[in-house]
Design a protein around this ligand. Structure first.
Ligand code: MG
Length: 474
């Protein structure tokens, strides 16, 4: 009786407090909504980090992040070049659905004016609706006109360059020719008339690219500090190590790997500074940080491009080197430290972040996004069992389990010629990480099963109207 009375008294007290305090629900939400940070490199290869086997480039901070978190060895982007890869990350949809395949040239060139269609629901919009403050620091590349800028797509604030750092070239020598003459070539930022923006204003042009990574890092830390008391989403798509390569004075000339190594080592220091900030502010136990890259290394730039390690080819191709990216999830005390061989994709950020944030997924469109929470927090199997390799509004390949079937491919080195295969090629990626041994003739039944998967996927695809003129296959 006495206990019941005491319970009733405290219950009454709580009820009074709740009713007098309009912020109670918000306080509760803040406690349960973790912060989310995505650190996204540009053209960083699968083999460019110490923790992914690079023998020379020093990445102690990213290596520590991997040892404290989950390193995913079979994680994919949805396109092998910048714009469609980012559009897929932002929406949880293959670019063929959201209209942002690289066939939509408008967004790839600054003189024309396309962008991610405003009716797409972005990660930032989903998280903003769930009560998050949203910020982007870095390269956007989903449209540079006001109606397509990040501040029109769910971000509260923006600091960075609107497209790639090699665009708007206004003079100077050809980059590739210079690298071939002298591998220690260092470019001049004045040859690229790239604007640096804050929200919708250009604040510097050409952007001094020597200090871009440094300034992005400072800006990201400021954003974290300013928003430490409320749930935030920070998207940090670095401009590096996309060519032209630039590093700030403290990092230049240090790495035995040359300028490319200097650039990656500065990115590593940036990751260290951001994780240290979270620790200092005691936000590490309530912040999910994901590290990844938008596509594989740009191999045609030779020593100024990265490495895909044992994976075949690189950027611009649908071989593993073009679309499998080094990925780490970090959330001390919450994510079980381990190495994961499960399939995952940047497409899955939408459903995963939505589950973590208590948000709502858009219901009036098809998503290609799986919630990876079971793998991250419960050591269960990934719900993603397949990956489709799209490029330029063309489906090139499909993976299911260890099997990958190529229907088409590009020449290995760069955005080479598209090759229509006389017969599909089948590879076992777990036995043959470098896609060397075509098993199609030996396993015709497996080829048939994979072709069925392709047919089902193409039937499921509802292309964006800008894509309708392009035949989906053959
Ligand atoms: Mg890229």
């Amino acid at each position: 009786m006495r206990l019941n009375l005491r319970f009733s008294f405290f219950a009454l007290l709580q009820l009074v407090w709740v009713s007098l305090s309009p912020c109670y629900c918000e306080v509760l939400a803040q406690d349960t909504k973790p912060n989310i940070i995505v650190i996204f490199c540009d053209d960083l290869g699968w083999g460019d980090l110490g923790c992914f086997g690079n023998p020379v480039i020093r990445t102690p901070n990213i290596d520590r992040m991997a040892s404290e978190g989950q390193k995913w060895t079979q994680f994919y982007v949805a396109a092998p070049v910048c714009t469609p890869s980012r559009a897929a990350l932002m929406t949880g949809r293959y670019p063929i659905r959201n209209g942002m395949t690289s066939a939509k040239r408008a967004v790839l060139f600054p003189d024309s004016g396309g962008g991610l269609p405003p009716e797409e629901i972005t990660l930032a919009e989903m998280l903003k609706d769930a009560g998050y403050t949203t910020g982007i620091v870095g390269k956007w590349h989903l449209g540079h006109l006001p109606e397509y800028l990040p501040t029109a797509q769910g971000f509260d604030s923006y600091f960075g360059i609107p497209y790639s750092n090699d665009m708007d070239k206004t003079g100077g020598p050809g980059y590739m020719a210079e690298v071939r003459k002298d591998t220690s070539y260092y470019p001049q930022f004045e040859h690229y008339n790239v604007p640096l923006m804050r929200n919708t204003e250009i604040i510097e042009r050409p952007a001094d690219q020597n200090t871009l990574t440094k300034r992005y890092t400072e800006e990201a830390i400021r954003f974290i500090e300013d928003n430490a008391k409320q749930p935030f989403f920070l998207y940090l798509p670095h401009s590096m190590p996309h060519i032209p390569l630039f590093a700030s004075a403290n990092f230049r000339g240090r790495s035995p790997r040359g300028l490319y190594g200097d650039v990656v080592e500065e990115l590593d220091a940036s990751v260290g500074a951001i994780l240290d900030t979270l620790r200092d502010l005691k936000l590490d136990s309530k912040t999910l940080v994901v590290f990844s890259s938008d596509n594989g290394p740009w191999l045609s730039f030779e020593t100024h491009g990265g490495s895909a390690g044992p994976l075949r080819a690189g950027k611009g191709t649908t071989f593993e080197g073009g679309m499998r990216v080094p990925t780490i999830f970090w959330w001390p005390g919450k994510i079980l430290p381990s190495t994961k061989q499960d399939l995952g994709s940047t497409l899955d950020f939408m459903a995963t972040f939505c589950a973590i944030a208590g948000g709502e997924l858009p219901e009036n469109r098809k998503l290609d996004s799986y919630d990876l929470s079971d793998v991250l927090f419960r050591d269960l199997e990934s719900p993603r069992q397949e990956m489709f390799y799209w490029t330029n509004a063309q489906l090139h390949a499909v993976r299911r389990g260890p099997w990958k079937l190529h229907l088409k491919m590009r020449e290995a080195v760069n955005y080479g010629k598209e090759v229509e295969l006389a017969k599909p090629e089948l590879y076992n990626l777990e036995h043959d990480i470098s896609e060397k041994y075509n098993l199609a003739d030996k396993l015709p039944e497996s080829v048939e099963l994979m072709l069925k998967l392709v047919d089902e996927h193409l039937l499921d695809i509802d292309p964006h109207e800008d894509m309708l003129a392009i035949p989906l296959r053959k």
